[in-house]
Design a protein around this ligand. Structure first.
Ligand code: NAP
Length: 306
């Protein structure tokens, strides 16, 4: 007789069913991680798509309804919505419930959500470092988190069994899990993800300002590198506005260092200092090798890690 599978959770509530929320919904169902799956989203039209795609077992326009009796609640909306969502769901959370999220910055999530959680509810912030430039429920897929990192940033006081349960949850979705200090997470992501996005947004925006003929040729010959930047710069504007506002300190710090380095290269070009340029480019080539060795690039586009 086949061994009966016991799901990790009785009821999971996903608040937000965009790219990440809908990928989670699909993967939770595929791996049978919950007896019941409630999905909530703000707009009626998005909820209708979620229903059509059969993403959950129950569908809600009110997050506070969806979280009732849930033993795991995952916030999957843009970072700027977290404080208000936490305020709405707080009174309906059951004792012992775990609240988690998927936000791309972590210090702000802890600051925004913690004040609204009742006693006995455990916050385990999470960030799956996986994504694409697409958004909405139709963009999700059930393998998104496979072989990707998921970073957890629980406080030192967070109950160990809850941390372990969330760890097992992400591992069951195929992720590799790392526990990190939230500030450290935000600094690392500022350089690996947030700054590259800011550069892409800036570069593509610079191109849009070019005079018409030049711009036409930029688009025609975009394969020289520009094309990859346009993909990154097509990422959801609301999500990325919130990332920069919520990880402001770390991004400004890294942006300051980057600007100094860029100015040094600018000076080298102006002075014809080929040695400096060659040395810098040799150094960066080694980093590419290290990224490939860490299995973070090679067969897949680097952009998938966010
Ligand atoms: P998305 O595809 O744009 O979906 C966002 C979802 O949140 C939608 O269901 C939307 O509902 C809902 N929502 C938007 N604004 C809201 C508000 N003010 N109040 C309540 N609900 C709201 O976004 P996503 O790409 O899945 O990103 C969600 C989270 O994942 C973000 O925090 C982001 O930092 C994190 N993340 C994203 C990626 C990525 O590659 N995209 C990777 C890792 C982590 P309606 O459609 O009903 O408005």
């Amino acid at each position: 007789m086949a061994k009966k599978k016991f799901p990790l959770f009785n009821r999971i509530a996903l608040i937000g069913v965009g790219l990440i929320g809908s990928s989670l919904a699909r993967a939770i169902k595929k791996h049978e991680l919950s007896r019941e799956l409630a999905v909530a989203t703000r707009r009626r039209s998005t909820l209708a798509v979620a229903r059509k795609l059969k993403l959950g077992d129950s569908y809600h326009l009110k997050a506070a309804q969806a979280v009732k009796a849930a033993d795991l609640v995952i916030l999957c909306a843009p970072l700027g919505a977290n404080a208000e969502l936490a305020k709405q769901i707080g009174p309906n959370l059951k004792t012992g419930a775990i609240v988690s999220d998927v936000g791309s910055s972590k210090v702000s999530v802890i600051k925004d959500v913690t004040p609204h959680l009742p006693e006995g509810v455990i916050l385990i912030p999470a960030h799956p470092i996986a994504g694409t430039e697409n958004s909405g429920p139709e963009a999700g897929f059930d393998t998104l988190f496979e072989k990707r990192w998921c970073v957890l940033t629980p406080s030192e006081e967070a109950a160990l069994p809850a941390v372990n349960k969330i760890k097992r949850f992400w591992q069951a979705l195929g992720s590799r899990v790392e526990i990190m200090d939230p500030k450290q997470h935000d600094q690392v992501l500022a350089i690996t993800s947030h700054l590259p996005h800011l550069i892409a947004y800036t570069l593509v925006d610079t191109a849009t300002e070019l005079e018409r003929d030049l711009k036409k040729d930029v688009i025609r010959f975009s394969a020289g590198g520009f094309r990859d930047f346009t993909r990154i710069a097509a990422s959801d504007p609301t999500m990325w506005r919130d990332v920069f506002l919520s990880n402001r300190e770390a991004v400004l710090d890294i942006l300051g260092r980057f600007t100094e380095d860029l100015t040094a290269l600018q000076r080298a070009i102006r002075r014809g200092d080929g040695n400096l340029l060659h040395n810098r480019f040799t150094r960066t080539r080694k980093i590419r090798r290290e990224v490939i060795d860490a299995k973070q690039a090679g067969t897949e586009p680097w952009r998938r890690g966010k």
